[in-house]
Design a protein around this ligand. Structure first.
Ligand SMILES: O=C(CO)[C@H](O)[C@H](O)COP(=O)(O)O
Length: 267
């Protein structure tokens, strides 16, 4: 197993061991490759009888739904279980305030639905995702899920943010005086995410498209998230600000690091 895969696995398993106690009845299951390792551990613990006897797993995506069903665990939807005790998910980049970029797997809408419903939201990742400022480690851009009919209008509005931003009354309401307080680039670079082994764009679990928007460094993820989210045609933004309580990182040396709002430590 490569260094990166080992790092994902140790972080994922350690976070599950710490947080998934017998008291957790409703578990949110994230998406991506790191979550596969976390879920492997969930299944091991369930088979050993160490979890809540009525554990329900709420998926964040089609992928997570498959993981749960193939393991034979109970799968529940958010409409039936809107109060999630714990959600464990991966991330593409995480800053010291535990803001993160998600959506590398285009599942950020489902992931955010579950994360906002969770009493505890824990991130698991390898060492490449630990960052001081968002936009430096994950350079593919912030994923923005867009309703297909609105693709062009949303692209244009995002490209023009820097030009129009200074006069935006919403920015004033949010207490930001200029777009330069939010991100680095003069003009965000907007790309439609293209599929691999399918002609045309990626189509999300919800039948939408994804724009990857490179803002350069992101200085104020919270306000940028709000600004993007309010654009008509945007379903969800892959910025998750002020949501996670902890991030668990697998380090290159085989140790596990824990990032909280109080700082970084090693297990
Ligand atoms: O947000 C996500 C999917 O939309 C993933 O959690 C994120 O992309 C991390 O994935 P991986 O664990 O494969 O690096």
């Amino acid at each position: 197993m490569s260094l990166v895969e080992t790092a994902k696995r140790i972080a994922a398993r350690a976070a599950v061991d710490k947080h998934l106690t017998k008291k957790i009845r409703v578990l949110g299951v994230g998406s991506g490759s790191t979550i596969v390792y976390a879920f492997e551990r969930v299944v091991e613990l369930a088979r050993q009888g160490l979890l809540h006897p009525n554990l329900v797993c709420v998926p964040t995506s089609f992928q997570a739904n498959n993981l749960i069903r193939h393991a034979g665990l109970t799968c529940g939807q958010l409409n039936e279980f809107p109060k999630v005790d714990l959600c464990i998910d991966g991330a593409d980049e995480i800053d010291p305030q535990l803001n993160c970029i998600k959506g590398g797997g285009a599942a950020h809408y489902g992931e955010k639905c579950v994360a906002v419903s969770a009493s505890t939201f824990i991130l698991v990742a390898d060492y490449r995702k630990r960052s001081d400022v968002l936009g430096v480690k994950w350079t593919s851009g912030v994923p923005v899920e867009v309703i297909p009919d609105a693709l062009e209008i949303v692209s244009l509005r995002i490209k023009n943010l820097s030009k129009d931003g200074g006069n935006n009354s919403l920015m004033k309401m949010l207490g930001v005086s200029g777009i330069g307080e939010l991100y680095e680039r003069d003009e965000p670079v907007v790309s439609l995410r293209m599929a691999v082994r399918k002609a045309g764009p990626v189509v999300t679990d919800n039948g939408n498209f994804v724009l990857d928007v490179d803002f350069g460094k992101i200085y104020n993820p919270r306000v940028l998230e709000v600004l993007l989210k309010q654009m008509t045609g945007v379903l969800e933004v892959g910025l998750f600000s002020n949501m996670a309580q902890e991030a668990w990182f697998g380090n290159e040396d085989g140790s596990v690091g824990i990032r909280t709002l109080k700082g970084d430590s090693t297990l």
